[in-house]
Design a protein around this ligand. Structure first.
Ligand SMILES: NC(=O)c1ccc[n+]([C@@H]2O[C@H](COP(=O)([O-])OP(=O)(O)OC[C@H]3O[C@@H](n4cnc5c(N)ncnc54)[C@H](O)[C@@H]3O)[C@@H](O)[C@H]2O)c1
Ligand SMILES: [Zn+2]
Length: 365
C-alpha cells in the first residue's frame, strides 16, 4: 500500500492506494478516528460486486454499518435521491458523530459526499472509489454535488473526505467502456503534467485497458494519477489557475456531452475534446504537429468514439459558449505547449472553435 498525503488546511487527509486495500478499510477508518455509526452508500451494481467485503471489514473493526443503495446513474445524482438518503440516515438514528462512506464511482461519491456535507450541517465522509474516473479524479479534492434538470453539478458544496481508500483490484470488474472512458482522464493528466506518464501510456495502453497489468503496475499507474490530482488540489483548493488546467479537453468535451444529451460517457467526450484542443493549439502555432500526432495516435489506440458527425457543429459551438470559463464573449481554453505542459489561453474566437469542431467531425465521423 502507498499513502499520498494531501496537505490541505485545516484538514489534511491520506489517500491510500493498494491492490486489496479494501480488506483493511475498517482498520484504516479506526485509525482515522471516525465515530461508531457509518452509513455506507453504494449503487446496485457495486453492491452486488464489492459491498460484502467492505461492510465486513468495517463491522470487524467495530463499526455499526447502515447500508444504503442508490441507482448508480447520473440521472439519479439528483436532490430527490439525496432526500431519500437523508431519510435513511434519520431512520437509522445517525447523529453528529456518525459519518458517510461512499463506495462506488463518481456518481455515488458526489452524491454521498453532498449528503455528508449537508446532513446535520456536515458530518465526516470517506471515499472508497471503484472506477478509474473516481480513483484518479472524483474522489480527491472535495467537490461534491448533484445535478439539476437545468444543468449538471449545479448544486453542491466543497467537503473534503477524511480519508480516501483506493483498492485498485476493484477495477478488474469494470466494463471495458468504463475503463476506456476513465483512461481519458489518465491521458489528460499525462498531457498536462507528466511526459513520462505519457510515454508509459504509449508503451502499455492496450495492456492497461485489457486489464493485463500486474497488481504492482496497476497500483503505480493509479497512484501516479491520484498524486497528480492531489498535487493540483493541494496547490489550489478553491479552483483558480492551476486547478483550471485539469479542464484540458473539457471545454469541447462538456459541449459534446450537453449537445448529445449525454449520449457519450464523460470520458468519451473528453477524448473528442482533447482532439479538438490539440487542433486549436496546432492552428495557433503553439504545439508542434508531430506531438499532436502522438496524442491522437494514443487516443486512437484507446478508442475514439464514433457518431460525432450526427451532431450539429453549430450546436456544439453554441454549447461551448455556456462554459463557465468564458470571458467577455471570447473562449478560454487549456491548450498544450508540449506533452506534459499546458497553458490557459484566452481570446479564442468562435471561428477557431468552429474549425476545431469541424476537424474532429472530419477525422472521426
Ligand atoms: N467530484 C469531482 O471532482 C468529479 C470529477 C469527475 C467526475 N465527477 C462525476 O463523477 C460521475 C462519473 O463517475 P464515474 O465515471 O465513476 O461513473 P459512475 O459512478 O456512473 O460509474 C459508472 C458505472 O460503473 C459501475 N461501476 C462502478 N464501479 C464498478 C466496478 N468496480 N465494477 C463494475 N462496475 C462498476 C457503476 O455502477 C456505473 O454503472 C459524474 O457524475 C461526474 O460529474 C466528479
Ligand atoms: Zn473529467
Amino acid at each position: 500500500m502507498q499513502t499520498i498525503a494531501l496537505a490541505l488546511e485545516p484538514h489534511p487527509y491520506a489517500i491510500h492506494v493498494g491492490h486489496g486495500v479494501l480488506s483493511r478499510l475498517g482498520a484504516l477508518c479506526r485509525e482515522a478516528g471516525l465515530g461508531r455509526q457509518v452509513a455506507l452508500v453504494t449503487d446496485h451494481t457495486v453492491a452486488g460486486l464489492h459491498l460484502a467485503p467492505a461492510a465486513a471489514s468495517l463491522r470487524e473493526a467495530g463499526f455499526a454499518v447502515t447500508e444504503v443503495r442508490i441507482a448508480g446513474t447520473d440521472a439519479a445524482k439528483h436532490l430527490r435521491t439525496a432526500e431519500e438518503v437523508f431519510g435513511r440516515l434519520i431512520e437509522a438514528g445517525l447523529d453528529r458523530r456518525a459519518w458517510v462512506l461512499a463506495l462506488g464511482g463518481g456518481v455515488v461519491g458526489d452524491l454521498a459526499g453532498f449528503v455528508a456535507a449537508t446532513f446535520l450541517r456536515g458530518i465526516p465522509f470517506v471515499q472508497v472509489p471503484t472506477t478509474i474516473v473516481s480513483q484518479v479524479d472524483a474522489s480527491i479534492g472535495g467537490k461534491t454535488g448533484v445535478n439539476h434538470p437545468l444543468g449538471k453539478n449545479m448544486i453542491g458544496a466543497f467537503h473534503q473526505p477524511r480519508l480516501v481508500c483506493i483498492d485498485t483490484a476493484l477495477l478488474r470488474t469494470l466494463p471495458r467502456r468504463e475503463l476506456v472512458a476513465g483512461m481519458a482522464e489518465v491521458v489528460k493528466h499525462a498531457l498536462i503534467r507528466d511526459a513520462e506518464l505519457f510515454s508509459l501510456l504509449e508503451r502499455d495502453i492496450e495492456r492497461i485497458v485489457g486489464l493485463e497489468l500486474s497488481p504492482d503496475e496497476l497500483d503505480q499507474l493509479i497512484a501516479a494519477n491520484a498524486r497528480i490530482k492531489a498535487e493540483v488540489v493541494a496547490a489550489d483548493e478553491k479552483e483558480s489557475e492551476l486547478r483550471a488546467l485539469l479542464n484540458y479537453g473539457h471545454t469541447i468535451g462538456h459541449a459534446i456531452e450537453s449537445a448529445s444529451q449525454y449520449g457519450y460517457l464523460h470520458g468519451e467526450a473528453v477524448i473528442l475534446g482533447m482532439i479538438g484542443a490539440g487542433e486549436l493549439a496546432v492552428q495557433r502555432g503553439m504545439w508542434p504537429a508531430p506531438e499532436r500526432q502522438r496524442q491522437d495516435a494514443l487516443l486512437a489506440r484507446l478508442g475514439i468514439p464514433a457518431g460525432l458527425s450526427r451532431l450539429s457543429a453549430d450546436l456544439i459551438v453554441e454549447r461551448t459558449r455556456a462554459d463557465k470559463k468564458r470571458l467577455e464573449g471570447r473562449h478560454r481554453f487549456v491548450l498544450p505547449r508540449r506533452i506534459g505542459q499546458v497553458e490557459i489561453i484566452d481570446g479564442i474566437s468562435d471561428g477557431e472553435v468552429q474549425a476545431a469542431v469541424a476537424y474532429i467531425q472530419h477525422q472521426h465521423p
